[in-house]
Write a protein of this length. Sequence first.
Lengths: 268, 592
Amino acid sequence: MAIRMHAALRRCTWLLALGWLTSLPATAALPEDPFRSPMWEYNLARYLGADAAVRHSDTVVIKTPPFAEDATQVPLTVDLSAFPHEIKEVITWVDLNPVPHLFTLRPEAAEIRTVALNFRIQQASTVRAAVRDEQGGWHVGSVHVEAAGGGCTAPSATASNPDWADSFGQVRGALFSPVGGVTGTRLKVQVMHPMDSGMVGNIPRFNIETLELRQTANQQRLASMALSESASENPLFVFDLEHDAQQSGILLLLRDNGGNLIESRMGI
Amino acid sequence: MTQSLPIGKLSRPLALTALALAISVHAHAVTFDDMLNDHLTTDQVVTNGMGLHGQRYSPLTTLNTDNVHQLRPVWAFSFGGEKQRGQESQPLVKDGVMYVTGSYSRMWAVDAYTGEQIWQYEARLPDGIMPCCDVINRGAAIYGDKVYFGTLDARLVALDRETGRVQWIKRVADYQEGHAITSAPIIIDGKLITGVAGGEFGVVGTVFAFDAETGDELWTRPVIEGHMGYVYENGEAVEHGITGGEAGLTWPGDMWQQGGGAPWLGGFYDVDTHSLLIGTGNPAPWNSHLRPGDNLYSSSRLAIDPDDGSIKWHFQATPNDGWDYDGVNEVISFDYEENGSVIKAAATADRNGFFYVLNRENGEFIRGFPFADKITWADGLDENGRPLFNPEGRPGNPADTEGERGEAVAAYPAFLGAKNWNPMAYSQDTGLFYIPSNEWMMDIWNEPVSYRKGAAYLGAGFTIRPANDDYIGVLRAVDPLTGEEVWRHENRAPLWGGVMSTAGNLIFTGTPEGYLKAFDATTGEELWGFNTGSGVVATPITWEMDGEQYVSVVSGWGGAVPLWGGEVAEVIKDFNQGGMLWTFKLPREYAQ
């Protein structure tokens, strides 16, 4: 087995090198990063693919505080209300975090115009949101967040609470109607979960990896989301859905890397 | 729920991808046939017990009494972290990958050739877990494309063999009541079966069966008289008979409701009778004067139908147990010839100091004899295997004395048992059982007690003392037909690791002093030893890869002795903790 493994390793390295070479022209076509982050091209290639068509867009609006008062809990809102295309996928990352990826959101039966989630920040960093349109092109919004840092490698508050298991998996949330009579639904929900990043000594990674929103009545999937270690402890999610959930309600399904399933019914 | 979402186009680290690729070429689904033949197969170990009957006998002869001195380490793997504590796990080997569990409900997949880690899983445990006897784990089960083990918060976890990703996790019992799982679960024809610990907290011992693929509950069987068993049909619990027929036959009042009997060591499987052979723990509370009667089925051996959890037969070693003589010790199926006919027997060496040979078809007592040097609680066994109690050997009833405390007695063996959890082995060549046993006694007295959820429910005080000045542990070779002790090997510290026998006429076991040792199975001569750096309280395995014979054992001192051992502390107080998986082999050039 060991011999085979090495052969496979070598082959993979070679393929990767080839991939790198052929992707050079696409890389060269990437727009300049106004924030001049050292991770700009690397993370674009990593999360969007080496030959992704990328452009900056001021319709991908990221709202964060300019300074992260609490590096373990930084509020993030991605506002796509002005985005002129259909939204196929939203990927967010924090350039200088140890695991930069924050979430990947895929709207399915419901359009999503706003998504919010608090995140950890390890040091002052650019934060990105990339939105894929129906043509496959990526529209990237960026902001810079100042931070004292350490958010990813500080023990969670949960870790010092001996009773954490009592509130583990508790879900608090509700559906709201937007003001102004617009059709649609705002889902706001907080889940009690340590979301340990695995970067604190002797505390293994323990975090929610996937989230799904389903219509309660027919189980139709409205959206799905994948989360990484940059997501904060006891994460607070907000989704503005172009979907009338008042009739049927929404089912929230979460799964963590420990195999725990958390299920909560919103609305009806 | 759903398949996990790919994270954008996030690529896996290169080495991981390549490794997963290499393994998937080799990984074959583990079938029930693999397990049924595990005792005959030499290139893998896919059951706890090296065979579903738990004989721990390998037919390999490559390594033998002539060349065992050439056995040498090839790699060692650290469990890492600060979670060093007792390591009582038996590894499994399949397709060149070793699966091993460790303290604090952790598990690793390791390349069996190199010791390189493939994946690691760490259960996130609540702070309130209540394992009575250290944060240990005794091993995994493997079936299909998954590996399984139980956690200290009484859950079962199913992991993908190749990636270590959780496939499902299932709460078996409430850890806040005192439940925990430390034993290796067993798979019988697609059913994942486990017991739970917690007899010190007055839980009701129960055996649980789940669908190994989905984690769906299949049946539950409480082992204490009066409690209802259930089978699950379409997710609904359907009553399937009260254990023991009805409540109150062998228990006074409502004492059966917190009757203990935790089957915390799991069981083995006998294919001939299609039975799960499993032992039950001490009755609760320890103070036996509060529960006159036999207290079925505490401190017993049970044959359970793995299909629906029905109890086929029982054998109670210690009725009205007042000494914490759990009856959990392994029941090993073996056949022998007598007057030209084959006897389908099962043997068990009890904590109470007696060795029992039972007919495994009906549970009838064939013979029994003491294997411990001194037993004070009983004068012997009657023709049905029932103890002839010595009234002087039972701690006094607190009601008979002034004040809270009953009269103390000096009892042999101590409550940690003439033999504890650590499994013995059977050699098909010598026909002997090799028992890792201990010579110690206790002063024990009874006190009044009442039940409170999650609190210790003992009603007894105790302290353990060594029976001899110069040794506690005794590795014994015992003839199950005559009761003769063919040889013994004495050890200064108590023996707490399991035993393995091989067709190479070898017996392996570990010592708290840190050694893995090999003995001549016939004579008991010590032939080989290697100091692993911390106490060995786990069970060794052997298998072969590419024509070479390997031996593995986990090292890491801990378990119940340092927590409960009383005066034994004098002997063991300087032993250091550990967490290391050692693998040895006989290089090809020394094989004969």
